[in-house]
Design a protein around this ligand. Structure first.
Ligand SMILES: Cc1cc2nc3c(=O)[nH]c(=O)nc-3n(C[C@H](O)[C@H](O)[C@H](O)COP(=O)(O)OP(=O)(O)OC[C@H]3O[C@@H](n4cnc5c(N)ncnc54)[C@H](O)[C@@H]3O)c2cc1C
Length: 384
């Protein structure tokens, strides 16, 4: 039998792919890290990085976590301000601080860390077009924009429009379990606490929210997103809505009176983690957005991408150790990922569907939290 070019092909080198590659360090496996882009590359995002991200890296290697802590261009964030539809706000203090890091910097940091490991072979500027399993050879054949590659195992980390998901799992877009969002960078926004996230639940956006996140260079990541079903039912143009909010909203617009937009408004899809799909099968796994792992309420997916990438990397090492690539063996990966995220994603889904659009109820919940410290504490645990 012919040996494949690589033991593992990681398709997509965003947070999921780079972390999956990192998790296979010291394994002796030859890992191809393939991306259609060349790095540094940007990714449309709110740039908010969950507090547990350094821990994900620390469980792979304390040195990787230390490298993240030393990353210069990150803004530490200690609180989250939630603004109800009536304008009344609540500040939640995090137990552990999160960060805001521009994706061009975060993703390039993770990519450089991954390709700095001797087991990782970077293959940038290469689009994977199709994947076929060759049973006679016992490996996968990948057709790419720069020719053919073969690997024993594949890890699909190719984002929201994943080719791997479409070919091997369930790539259908369910508008009830999918969001869309847009963001732009601004300078000169007034009244911002530079160490706080701001989430505004506004009447114009009953199944989503508007955000202001502070960057380390003094600019702000400003955006909004909503469930795709709402966007298509109501024919909402998110770019127009963002412009409308920063120029006309009763409380928000005043704070943008002297602000300047830097660069274009950019948008992208968010496959939400409120619908389970198969994220593994014989000889393959899906991580991050390719595995539909975004929090349905907050839209966070970087932490999920990195945590699932880490599990996939570890699972790959186990597959080679036991020489077992069977569907049954690989389902351990699905169980691990869903054990970590499913309950939280269900709770977020229910809050997004039944709390956020009920403005009167939402306002009362915020009012009650002002009045009762015990309820406020409970709410913080439930939301953050
Ligand atoms: C507007 C917006 C705001 C968001 N805000 C936040 C936020 O504040 N915090 C947060 O945690 N999450 C946020 N998210 C979600 C977050 O961006 C994603 O969950 C995260 O990027 C997932 O990482 P990933 O590695 O799975 O995919 P990606 O980061 O999308 O990486 C996928 C990689 O695969 C490559 N690729 C794609 N197709 C192919 C192919 N065929 N062949 C080869 N390579 C391929 C791409 O070039 C890319 O580098 C937001 C999303 C949007 C759209």
């Amino acid at each position: 039998m012919i040996a494949p070019d690589f033991e593992v092909a990681v398709i997509g080198a965003g947070p999921a792919g780079s972390t999956a590659a990192l998790a296979m360090h010291n394994s002796g496996l030859r890992v191809a890290l393939i991306d259609l882009a060349t790095f540094p590359r940007d990714k449309t995002c709110g740039d908010a990085v969950a507090a547990y991200v350094p821990k994900v890296l620390a469980t792979i290697s304390p040195a990787f976590s230390a490298a993240f802590q030393a990353l210069p261009k990150k803004q530490s964030v200690h609180t989250c301000r939630v603004v109800a539809p009536n304008g009344r706000s609540l500040d939640f203090k995090f137990h552990e601080s999160g960060n805001v890091v521009k994706r061009i910097d975060l993703d390039n940091f993770l990519y450089e860390l991954a390709i700095g490991q001797t087991h990782v072979i970077p293959l940038p500027g290469r689009r994977v077009n199709s994947i076929v399993y060759k049973p006679d050879q016992n490996f996968w054949e990948l057709q790419t924009s720069q020719g053919r590659l073969t690997a024993r195992l594949i890890i699909g980390c190719d984002g929201a429009n994943s080719v791997v998901k479409k070919q091997l799992s369930d790539g259908r877009l369910h508008p009830q379990h999918h969001s869309a969002a847009v963001r732009a960078y601004f300078t000169g926004v007034e009244g911002v606490n530079p160490e706080s996230f701001e989430l505004h639940f506004i009447k114009e956006l009953p199944l989503g929210y508007f955000w202001i996140f502070p960057e380390s260079d003094g600019s702000f990541n400003v955006g909004l997103g909503a469930l795709s079903k709402f966007i298509s039912d109501k024919q909402v143009n998110l770019r127009d809505l963002l412009h409308h909010v920063v120029t006309n909203h009763i409380t928000i617009a005043k704070r943008f009176a002297n602000a300047h937009q830097v660069g274009d408004v950019k948008g992208f899809g968010l496959p939400l983690g409120s619908r389970k799909i198969p994220i593994s099968g014989p000889g393959w796994m899906l991580c991050g957005d390719a595995g539909n792992l975004i929090d349905p309420l907050t839209g966070e997916g970087i932490g999920q991408a990195m945590a699932s990438g880490r599990y996939a990397g570890w699972m790959a090492v186990d597959c080679f150790k036991h020489q077992n690539f069977s569907e049954v063996f690989m389902k351990r990966y699905d169980r691990q990922v869903y054990k970590k995220f499913w309950a939280a994603h269900r709770k977020s889904y229910l809050m997004q569907r039944y709390l956020v659009p009920r403005f009167g109820f939402f306002n009362k919940v915020v009012e009650l939290a002002h009045w009762s410290p015990a309820f406020r504490k409970w709410l913080q645990r439930a939301v953050l």
